[in-house]
Write a new protein. Structure first.
Length: 277
């Protein structure tokens, strides 16, 4: 069964205490006891790390700083589905990351999934990466990534049963495949309403893989594309950062930004003509 395995969201409707209550109520806890406070990420001022009995983090709440009244919830692992359901019942929010996974536990499950991934990778010319020693020590576990770390959609296939923390379960054929989606701004509200199967509709290649792996026809739910500056845009951005005050002063002397282009053209012509004195 496909389920949520990680979820991050921001909300202007909830407060920090509200999100802690979501974590408590979704997991049948009277209170969240194991909490560690630290500085926030993503320009948030504060962060509470919520940990289980072993000390491993399974959720976090952030607030304050430059984000103003906005709060952020991060949850991962087996508690994710219940926390997402509770959050969606109570507060409007925007999903900034969602992982949806499905497990297989039968002989050569990893190999079958890998063949499907390789077929889709070749058809769509997707960037891929292998982790682990596939040749000499496959018993220590293999991992395949499809999609760059900066992509809105990325996939992981790995041998879950060979991870050290699960070795005692004696499930060497246990493989997990999961899609990770970081919706861009225009798609975040839509992804806050999608189910775990629908999340696989974030790109054309993930939809095709869902047909192979999940045996599901998934409708398109575009996550958007990660915007990257061109080399020229990066150069212009650097120029403005370095010389923005001078450009603003020149524009003011000339009577406005509309006149700056002509002045820069004159300087450019002089420099190209060798008259840089």
């Amino acid at each position: 069964m496909v389920r949520f395995d990680a979820y991050s969201a921001t909300s202007d409707a909830a407060k920090m205490d509200d999100l802690l209550q979501v974590l408590c109520d979704s997991n049948g806890l009277s209170s969240v006891l194991n909490i560690r406070k630290s500085r926030g990420f993503h320009t948030f001022g504060e962060r509470l790390s919520v940990r289980d009995e072993s000390g491993s983090e399974w959720a976090a709440v952030m607030w304050g700083g430059k984000q103003g009244k906005r709060v952020m919830l991060e949850v991962k692992g087996e508690r994710t589905p219940a926390a997402v359901a509770e959050l969606r019942k109570r507060y409007e929010h925007r999903c900034t990351r969602v992982d949806a996974c499905v497990d297989f536990d039968s002989p050569r499950a990893f190999e079958r999934l890998y063949r499907a991934c390789r077929q889709v990778k070749k058809a769509h010319r997707i960037w891929g990466d292998k982790r682990g020693d596939w040749e000499d020590h496959p018993e220590k576990g293999r991992t395949l990534y499809l999609g760059a770390s900066s992509s809105a959609t990325r996939l992981r296939l790995y041998e879950k049963g060979k991870q050290p923390e699960y070795a005692h379960l004696n499930r060497p054929h246990w493989a997990r495949i999961e899609i990770q989606v970081r919706p861009q701004k225009q798609a975040r509200e839509a992804f806050s309403r999608l189910g775990p199967v629908e999340v696989w509709g974030s790109s054309r290649w993930s939809r095709e893989l869902a047909a192979y792996v999940l045996k599901e026809h998934v409708e398109p739910h575009p996550a958007g594309t990660t915007y990257r500056l061109t080399q020229r845009q990066r150069a212009l951005t650097w120029m403005v950062k370095q010389y923005g005050e001078h450009l603003a002063a020149e524009a003011a002397d000339l009577g406005g930004w509309d006149h700056l282009g002509g002045s820069l053209l004159a300087i450019y012509s002089d420099v190209k003509g060798g008259r840089d004195d």
